[in-house]
Design a protein around this ligand. Structure first.
Ligand code: CUA
Length: 175
């Protein structure tokens, strides 16, 4: 079969691009630990405040870590903020965020980390990650949700593990 030289070159260009894209997927998945959320759990967005898990006094960093030491953080997203507005977590620990939207579609994103997920009304989003370095991180909304979208963010403070103390019940950090 005869293939024109120019055609052959474009074939190679296309093949190289395919392997580049595949490489990018494998690199982010295995080296950077970026995965699509695979967690499906439903909840009634309109009555989060009455729910067992997302009632106002249950939000924030949970007083008791899970059996394997993972620290749980519960957040509610609503126009225009993530509640509680500030959380403090230790560096180097596994942190599981459990989040739900009380109104429309939002996105939860902490730049320069692998923490990012959509918050679809009616579903609980769960992301587990580790912050290697202490610092102040913004938790931003990255899905357009209305006029205040640009101002929808909360503060995540990561402190050295030695300086961190689990909140006691009743002071989970909400304002
Ligand atoms: Cu919430 Cu944009």
């Amino acid at each position: 079969m005869h293939i024109d030289t120019l055609e052959k070159r474009w074939l190679y260009v296309a093949l190289v691009m395919i392997f580049l894209f595949l490489g990018a997927i494998f690199y982010t998945a295995f080296a950077r630990n970026v995965h699509p959320p695979s967690h499906v759990e439903t909840i009634d967005s309109a009555s989060l405040h009455l729910s067992e898990e997302f009632a106002e006094d249950k939000l924030g960093v949970q007083p008791k870590p899970l059996a394997d030491g993972t620290i749980q953080v519960k957040l509610v997203a609503g126009r225009y903020g993530f509640y509680p507005r500030q959380i403090e977590i230790p560096a180097g620990h596994r942190i599981t965020f459990r989040m739900a939207s009380m109104d429309v579609l939002h996105g939860a994103h902490i730049p320069m980390t692998n923490m990012g997920t959509m918050l679809v009304p009616g579903f609980v989003s769960e992301v587990t990650t580790t912050f290697p370095k202490p610092g102040e991180y913004p938790l931003l909304c990255n899905e357009y949700c209305g006029l205040g979208h640009d101002h929808m963010w909360s503060k995540v403070t990561v402190v050295a593990a030695d300086n961190w103390r689990a909140p006691t019940t009743g002071e989970t950090g909400h304002d």
